[in-house]
Ligand binder design. Structure first.
Ligand SMILES: NC(=O)c1ccc[n+]([C@@H]2O[C@H](COP(=O)([O-])OP(=O)(O)OC[C@H]3O[C@@H](n4cnc5c(N)ncnc54)[C@H](O)[C@@H]3O)[C@@H](O)[C@H]2O)c1
Length: 316
């Protein structure tokens, strides 16, 4: 049985990955510090299923305790590390830039440096983000586009992770894959993301703050499809690669709100607000590289994924 170390295991994407790996018979060591970015009880609930599985071990650890994080990697000796722990969120990164560099960049560097000391070295897969593409009119976004102009501290930290990961690959031959996720959604949706926030407001009959004129677009990607891409990347990780994991069908904000309203069976009330600093006008993934090299095939239509989100949302 192979062993995988998953950081951010209690989070939205991490907990789905953990469940999926346990189903596949992989032994999983999950790391999380139940950070207060959103309610820790939500994260504990995300791991309810995993915690009763004999193949799962949870380590509660702040990856910014660099010595402890290094020890954990060296003692666990995983075949693969999937590093998803991070401070997520674009807008809060503008308020707390230092916290973002500490968690996202320094913790990532620590894990890379621990990984390269193992013999054999583990495959190292980490979460980057579509935000590295910055605010650009040309789309879809391709992995070989220049990404030198991030517009939020969060985006800059993700780009920094790609650079430092490349360095470790170059210096030590560590096999590394960086995955640029495009707005994941679905069951266990992060509560700070628009779909979950808006669902709560629509349910309560309260107005939805819509930033801008509703024509900004996001390439919403069903979490199950993203996890499928992560698993494929972890299986095939060698050399140094970056992949977009998106759906490649961007949806306008006003359309997302309308579909969400229909899925909830309620008419959304919209409160128009000015555009937010740090937000990009569109995200749109070209996924031909991930399709060709990983066999990644995101197949969940937005309406279907939203219905699954709503079923989960109502079941809580
Ligand atoms: N959800 C998206 O749409 C999306 C898009 C692009 C990139 N990403 C990236 O994917 C990854 C997973 O995102 P998510 O949406 O599941 O976020 P999430 O916030 O639900 O999960 C992140 C987890 O990391 C943990 N964590 C944070 N700091 C930590 C620390 N110092 N030590 C240990 N654990 C820590 C948190 O407690 C949380 O459970 C992140 O790296 C994020 O930046 C997500």
């Amino acid at each position: 049985m192979s062993r995988m170390l998953v950081t951010g295991a209690a989070g939205f994407i991490g907990s789905h990955l953990v469940d999926r790996m346990l189903d596949e018979g992989v032994e999983v060591v999950g790391v999380d510090n139940f950070d207060s970015f959103y309610a820790p009880r939500i994260k504990r609930r995300n791991l309810e299923r995993a915690r009763s599985h004999p193949g799962f071990r949870l380590v509660e650890l702040d990856l910014c305790d660099f010595d402890a994080a290094t020890r954990l990697v060296l003692e666990t000796r995983p075949a693969a590390i999937v590093h998803l722990a991070a401070r997520a969120g674009v807008r809060p990164s503008i308020e707390h830039p230092l916290r973002y560099t500490e968690v996202n960049v320094s913790a990532t560097t620590t894990l890379l440096d621990a990984a390269r000391r193992l013999d054999p070295m583990p495959r190292f897969v980490f979460a980057s983000s579509s935000s590295v593409y910055g605010d650009r009119p040309d789309a879809p976004f391709r992995e070989d586009d220049r990404v030198d102009h991030p517009i939020s501290p969060y985006a800059a930290t993700k780009k920094a992770c790609e650079l430092i990961a490349h360095t470790f690959h170059h210096l030590y031959g560590l096999p590394v894959t960086g995955l640029r996720f495009f707005t994941a959604y679905g069951p266990r949706n992060r509560p700070d993301l628009a779909i979950a926030k808006f669902a709560n407001l629509i349910e309560q009959g309260r107005p939805i703050p819509m930033f801008g004129d509703g024509t900004t677009r996001r390439d919403y990607t069903y979490v199950g499809d993203i996890v499928d891409g992560v698993v494929r990347a972890a299986e095939r990780c060698k050399g140094y690669h970056i992949y977009n994991l998106g759906h490649s069908e961007p949806i306008e904000l006003r359309e997302m709100i309308a579909v969400l309203g229909r899925a909830l069976g309620k008419e959304p009330v919209i409160d128009r607000q000015p555009e937010q600093p740090g937000d990009v006008r569109q995200t749109f993934a070209d996924i031909s590289r991930a399709r060709g090299e990983l066999g990644y095939d995101p197949s969940t239509p937005f309406e279907v994924g939203l219905d699954r989100f709503v079923s989960w949302f109502r079941s809580r």
